[in-house]
Design a binder for this molecule. Structure first.
Ligand code: FAD
Length: 569
């Protein structure tokens, strides 16, 4: 965020003229800003430019258009040029690229992409919302026909035609983040065999790696070939027309088409050329009112850097919700209101072949990267609704909270039903500076088919409270390989026989009361069960009988995920 310098008001220079607001980019941030500004101020002139053929289209719907889930392209058009004109008196210039900004003259140069003609337009206020461009690595073959990125309606149209015209059967998606995974789902809908090549050893890089394990297992079960921990080296074309993706390891993945989804980069060219301040994360620097280092220029959406409210660090977060809200804040600021953007906490969700993955706030690895260590974490695996009601499915939930004050720092969840609902509740609690006590106390909807009298959100809060008040000290899974604590598995012998931690001994909860004296008193005991509940009961029992005991939160289910992620022995 920048400290805003005193504005040399262009209003003052243009006394008597109608205030002129130009907006570059007419989709999420730009269109929100334009429409909000009109609602606040009928007197300004608003012109919005987009180099593409459409404004206000649903970029988030593009993967589903490729997958034919949305089959009618016009459904992607949220608002048209005509609608902006008729309803809001906003002039929209499509297929018009803004190529430069002259800050001293307060003008932009715009080129009509149909005719090649350029012209200069004066502004009093300029808003930049050019978004972010898919990263295209400088590697051999990335520009071959059949290699696509997904950003615009024409991009998705080209992918659809390619699949149809060539009867495509196989695809490689490079990149296992949000857009990559949505493309996986939709290519599978189109009955293609799909492989994913991802440089990191996990899918969904924002998640802590153990939380991505259920997702990886799910995709593998659905027949998606996962090539993790392996980057793209090049793409080759065959004489017959097919492509081969060659990985850094040398692995060769044949494909009829390739989707590049390795991330996006803020489109800062215009801003940079105009000398606007660019931040360390590569986005345009703005203040809390979305004003750039030039007092007459605002910037919103994927192009800006904003503050992560949990770590306090600057970040770029290319998501539609923040872009829309920033557009609104910018409009209010332009209209003279002192509205502030509060920053972001990275609340996000993706659905892949029936599985939902959602997160909000800081991840454990994000906190560690930011040098924050005063936190604790708990894992739980409750059903999405009461177990006695048919069809309950597990939600894998991780909650990270600050110690000792219990402020909620972040949560991640994976499961089939009710995942995003829990994350949204926790996201809201974070927004209100909530603590784990607030989660324990949260009064949420309950009927058997929707939840439980103790909702997973309540349970997460209660578990975390137990950690904070010492009722359930937790052991750190990541210290498993160096602890000399006794690892006590309190599941039943047949469960233990199906798989257990190395060096663990088995004494089931049902036998603990009669046999606990067999346990050594001079060693700390780390208790484990299937999901953490029986181990909690054991910890409470042992503590009250003079033992030093901790719970391995989330139990063997969490252990298995951590092991698959390479984090435990
Ligand atoms: P955009 O919406 O990208 O709009 C920028 C516009 O500016 C573009 O139309 C571009 O053509 C135009 N432009 C750029 N430079 C110029 C110029 N010099 N002159 C004229 N016009 C210019 N987010 C979510 O939260 N949830 C999702 O499920 C989700 N799914 C997504 C799926 C896909 C395939 C994609 C691509 C994005 C998805 N996003 C999702 C991200 C979300 O769409 C973006 O965060 C959001 O659109 C950003 O808004 P913006 O206004 O910054 O940029």
């Amino acid at each position: 965020m920048i400290q805003q310098a005193e504005s040399q008001s262009t209003d003052a220079r243009n006394v008597g003229k109608r205030r002129r607001v130009l907006i570059v980019g007419g989709v999420a941030g730009g269109a929100s800003c334009a429409a909000r500004l009109r609602r606040l101020d009928e007197s300004v002139e608003i012109l919005m430019f987009d180099r593409g053929p459409y404004v206000s289209f649903a970029n988030c719907g593009l993967p589903y258009y490729v997958g034919n889930v949305i089959s009618d392209e016009s459904r992607l058009l949220v608002a048209s040029r005509e609608m902006f004109h008729e309803r809001f008196n906003i002039e929209v210039q499509t297929e018009t690229e803004v190529t430069s900004i002259d800050r001293s003259a307060c003008t932009i140069t715009a080129r009509d992409l149909r005719t090649g003609n350029t012209r200069t337009e004066r502004y009093d206020v300029l808003v930049l919302s050019p978004g972010a461009a898919p990263i295209r690595p400088q590697l051999p073959g990335v520009d071959l026909p059949g290699v696509f990125a997904v950003r615009t309606i024409p991009d998705s149209r080209r992918i659809r035609s390619w699949i149809a015209e060539r009867s495509a059967k196989t695809a490689v998606v490079v990149g296992g983040g949000f857009i990559g995974l949505e493309m996986v789902e939709n290519l599978i809908h189109r009955e293609l065999a799909v492989a994913v090549l991802e440089k990191l050893p996990q899918l969904m890089p924002p998640l802590d790696s153990e939380m991505a394990v259920p997702l990886m297992e799910h995709l593998a079960e659905k027949g998606v070939q996962l090539h993790l921990g392996d980057g793209l080296a090049r793409i080759e074309e065959h004489a017959g027309g097919g492509l081969t993706v060659v990985a850094e390891s040398g692995a060769r993945l044949p494909a009829d088409l390739v989707i590049l989804a390795i991330g996006v980069r803020p489109e800062t060219m215009l801003a940079k050329d105009a000398g606007l301040e660019i931040g360390p994360r590569g986005g345009v620097v703005v203040d809390a009112q979305m004003r750039t280092s030039d007092p007459n220029i605002w910037a919103v959406g994927d192009v800006v850097e904003v503050q992560d409210v949990l770590t306090g660090q600057e970040t770029v977060l290319p998501l539609a919700g923040p872009a829309n809200r920033q557009g609104r804040v910018a409009a209010e600021s332009i209209a003279g209101r002192a509205t502030h953007f509060r920053g972001v906490q990275a609340t996000a969700v993706v659905g892949v072949l029936g599985l939902t993955v959602a997160s909000t706030g800081a991840s454990e690895k994000g906190l560690r990267r930011a040098g924050i260590t005063s936190f604790q974490k708990i894992y739980l695996h409750p059903g999405n609704h009461a177990g006695y009601y048919p069809g309950a499915r597990q939600i894998h939930l991780k909650l990270v909270f600050s110690v000792p004050d219990g402020r909620i720092l972040g949560a991640q969840a994976v499961g089939f039903e009710g995942v995003e609902k829990r994350i949204d509740v926790i996201a809201t609690a974070i927004q209100f500076n909530g603590t784990v006590h607030d989660l324990a106390e949260a009064e949420l909807c309950y009927a058997p088919q929707f939840g439980a009298a103790k909702d997973p959100v309540n349970l997460a809060g209660m578990l975390a409270e137990n950690v904070l008040n010492g009722d359930m000290p937790v052991a750190d899974w990541l210290e498993l390989d160096r602890t000399d604590a006794l690892l006590l598995d309190v599941r039943e012998p047949e469960e233990f026989a199906r798989g257990h931690m190395p060096k663990a001994i088995n004494l089931s909860l049902s036998q603990l009361r009669s046999r606990y004296v067999e346990l050594p008193k001079d060693r700390e005991i780390w208790a484990c069960c299937a999901v953490g509940q029986r181990a909690y009961f054991a910890t409470r029992f042992l503590t009250q009988h003079g033992y030093r005991s901790r719970n391995l939160s989330g139990g063997y289910t969490t252990y298995s995920a951590l092991k698959s992620a390479g984090l435990t022995p």
